[in-house]
Design a protein around this ligand. Sequence first.
Ligand code: MG
Ligand code: MG
Length: 261
Amino acid sequence: MIHLRTPAEIEKIATGGRIIGRLFASLGDRIVPGVDTETIDGWVRDFVYSHEGATAAFKGLYGFPAHACISVNEEIVHGIPKAEQVLGEGDIVTVDVGVKLDGWYSDSAFTFRVGEVDAETQRLLDCTQRALAAAIEAAVPGNHVGDLGAAVMESLEGENLGIIRDLVGHGIGRELHEEPQIPNVGRAGFGPKLRAGMVVAIEPMIALGTDQIRTLDDRWTVVTADGTRSAHFEHTVAITQDGPQILTGAPSEAEASVESV
Ligand code: MG
Ligand code: MG
């Protein structure tokens, strides 16, 4: 079933979500050549657990062994952090983090550049962020789930990129993964109707080459079938009468200064 949340419940999800927003804001400068993905996982753990009551929701979920899913270059999602995976100049690395706070989940992912990236990689990052923004813009009451996928497709028209269709976004709240599924391809006007109070994780995953995927022998890491690079940006978003509300953003300067008082 699809749950509708009250404004107070949405604010609780946002309280956890802002932890991820601040975490990602703090990671940009630290993700540099020579850093390994297990170290990044440690930064995620330390940051999340420095907030009273907050836990890293992926740890142990379905048996996942780390605090964050960390995926490098051709790895799309569910990468397992490891000390021997050292980032090099020009790599890209996706950090996907879930926070559970007070019984409510939030979920967000960001693909970081390691040093300077080539123009094709930058195009991939720009297009994927634009796809997420387009889908969020379509997340308004009265639209349908298919409008989000349609918005992703439309935003990428003519770019010749692979939209990963075997992996989807999801409703989120008391559980990390709730109904409805949020595919990154769709037809406007189709699928469940969006209503005020729905909270969804929107997460386009886009590849430079094929949209086909495979899973590595570790049974977690999903990679592009042709080995081309992929990017992944995700926000937890509330659908409200006033429009889409991003719950996993970093607080604005004003809010941040209030918080630090
Ligand atoms: Mg995620
Ligand atoms: Mg998600």
